[in-house]
Design a protein. Structure first.
Length: 228
């Protein structure tokens, strides 16, 4: 059973989500503060986190950073902040999706299903390994190893989904629309800011010079390309 940690300081939202998610077979734990959320995640690691940004003690972005310090659990932000800067900050901190309040339960459930599909997507064992600069990427095992020190590079489930799509199409242009559709779903056709943030994150982790990428290439106005 998928375990979801819901973090929000509005009691009516916590109650509504707990009832709706449990009715659909999810195991639900709730927290009303950032500190309580971090404690709950550490003591009983969830499979997915639904997180409000406007918490009374710690800003939700700080909670994301705190979680990302030790876990790659998918995080869906649920917030009344509709500005693009807030979305960018949350995605850059490591969130996997962003839902703006007020929201419909059906919309949130669709986002949860999409993130869960990415998390449990089966890797193609025939893909073997791919070289990205000084890194060896094993798409089946979901591991990335640096050649220089042998250290591992950690990715979130959504970062893996984006990278996987590009690396399985070496040299080919993968359009923005195709990436958004295949990674997030058909309802995300216009969320190109998601792609900018995730490609920036991947370049920081895999490129020698993220400002001048050699392997994860942007084709302006069209999409992205993996150059072996």
């Amino acid at each position: 059973m998928t375990r979801i940690l819901v973090v929000d300081d509005e009691p009516q939202i916590l109650r509504a989500l707990r009832i709706n998610l449990r009715a659909r077979g999810y195991d639900v734990e709730v927290a009303a503060t950032g500190a309580a959320a971090l404690r709950a995640a550490a003591s009983h690691p969830p499979d997915l986190v639904v997180l409000d940004l406007g918490l009374p003690d710690i800003d939700g972005t700080e909670v994301i950073l705190g979680l990302r310090g030790w876990t790659n659990v998918p995080i869906i932000v649920l917030s009344g902040r509709a500005g693009s800067e807030d979305k960018v900050a949350a995605l850059d901190a490591g969130a996997d999706d962003y839902v703006t309040k007020p929201f419909g339960v059906d919309e949130l459930l669709a986002r949860i299903r999409a993130v869960t599909r990415r998390l449990h997507a089966a890797a193609d064992p025939a893909a073997a390994t791919v070289r990205v600069g000084r890194h060896t990427v094993d798409l089946a095992a979901r591991t990335i190893t640096r050649d220089d020190d042998g250290g591992d590079v950690k990715l979130t489930p959504t970062q893996w989904a984006v990278l996987d799509k590009l690396l399985r199409n070496p040299g080919k242009l993968v359009s923005q629309r195709q990436l958004l559709h295949d990674v997030w779903g058909p309802e995300y056709q216009h969320e190109t800011n998601y792609l900018r943030q995730y490609l920036a994150q991947l370049r920081r982790k895999l490129e020698d010079d993220p400002a001048r990428p050699r392997h994860l290439i942007t084709e302006p106005g069209m999409g992205y390309r993996f150059r072996p």
